[in-house]
Design a protein around this ligand. Sequence first.
Ligand code: NAD
Length: 505
Amino acid sequence: MQMIENYIDGELVVPASGEYFDNFEPATGDVYSLIPDSDDRDVNLAADAAKAAFPAWSSTPPEERFAILMRLVALIERDLEPLAQAESKDNGKPVSLARMVDIPRAAANFRFYATAAMHLANESHETFGANSVHAINYTLRQPLGVAGCISPWNLPLYLFTWKIAPAIAAGCTVVAKPSEVTPMTAFMLSKLCIEAGLPAGVLNIVHGTGPKVGSAIVGHKDIKAISFTGGTKTGEEIARTAAPMFKKLSLELGGKNPNIIFADCNYEEMLATTVRSSFSNQGEICLCGSRIFVERPIYEMFKTDFVERVSALKIGDPTDAATDVGAIVSKQHFEKILSYIDLAKEEGGTILCGGKAVTAETQRPGDESEPGAIATGFRVDSERCKKGHFIEPTVVEGLPHDCRTNQEEIFGPVVTIMPFDTEDEVLGYANSVRYGLAATVWTENLSRAHRISAKLESGIVWVNCWMLRDLRTPFGGVKDSGIGREGGFEALRFFTEEKNVCVKL
Ligand code: NAD
């Protein structure tokens, strides 16, 4: 059984408690490694190491930080295949997705911030006052000290590095915690950091649960800022602890994203992208569009074509190159998603396809027992995955925009489809949720695209595309989807304190 270790002060170490808990492979339901059950003692050691490393690291020239981070990029790229295999095994996502998206993006995060740190500029202002006063004001942006980075399970290495890379590129030192549900690639990263020659204490990775390790990071007096991605409820808890300590906070939280489709859209492109934006990574991407609004003239056509395409998705063993939809990340999350499918039915929704767990018992060649259901034949053709947590890609119709199914985050392979008639009506539906992370708009009408984009309560609007990312753009949500923005110089600035120096000439 593989034992995961913490990475503290440049070394791989066992947790202070000596205790471990199980790490499951979601595609099989089996335990395959053990995770350190760390606590505040490990966090204290990590914070001490980070604090001790800060003076030297913060005064290391950006060119030297660049060189070390680029060595890390080369190592991630060298190990792309084992990292992709590990990510897929730990999370349940198709290995093809980990290979194409997750791991390349982890390398891209370090590359982007290694270079960006060399371009971070400070402002200066020449000041003229009364009585011939003349001064120069300039702004120093200084790394703020030890930063805490806490990440979720859905894009494990991708989001972990999205926080760590700007923090250490900016000159901060870090205490980081990956999700306890998917710790493996963070552990592999710690070995690569040692190989890359990252100085001891610059990055410290403490594994364990949110209540023990996450809250100890958030509450630690020497940790000056918290960059968190995860659920809205956890974000609230973090803010409650961090706000009275006057810590800087960046919170990237939940979403319930609208996908708005007008009749004049490029239909083929919209259809293919909407299948992806609904079910990529089993719908477990905070940016997935889970509420699909379709203009009435094309609603019936869309419904038929969409359900046909979704029904053709291949659900199966994540290691199989042909798999489109893999396993749900954990038994707990699997049960949560199924409870929402039950809720959708209770609320009067019709399941157009999917709607069930795919287990050894329920695998079947199609099922038309639901009124209005279309036979699908989802099955997992793998002996090894018989006890895995698989859920059929599910499309629901017939629900109002304000029911719980359409208001609460499900974060799984479940979407609803709803018709609309006017722009104002669909904007009302789209903006009716507490969240505001991302939205997608499909239309060939340029004026409408701009008009709607301006009115959507959302941190990101994709017009005629989805998840087309440019790392320079501000990334984050409004309303209960969070505060602050990641990406570009925003993230580097987050990890610095600004100091105004005024020199009278
Ligand atoms: P989660 O909030 O349960 O956990 C996220 C991380 O926080 C984990 O590392 C967890 O151990 C830790 N944590 C839990 N309790 C904590 C506490 N009290 N103090 C400090 N840390 C604590 O979220 P999850 O289930 O891992 O991830 C799914 C959620 O993440 C969804 O809501 C999804 O929308 C959101 N998400 C948001 C974005 C975004 O960019 N906005 C991206 C990905 C995922």
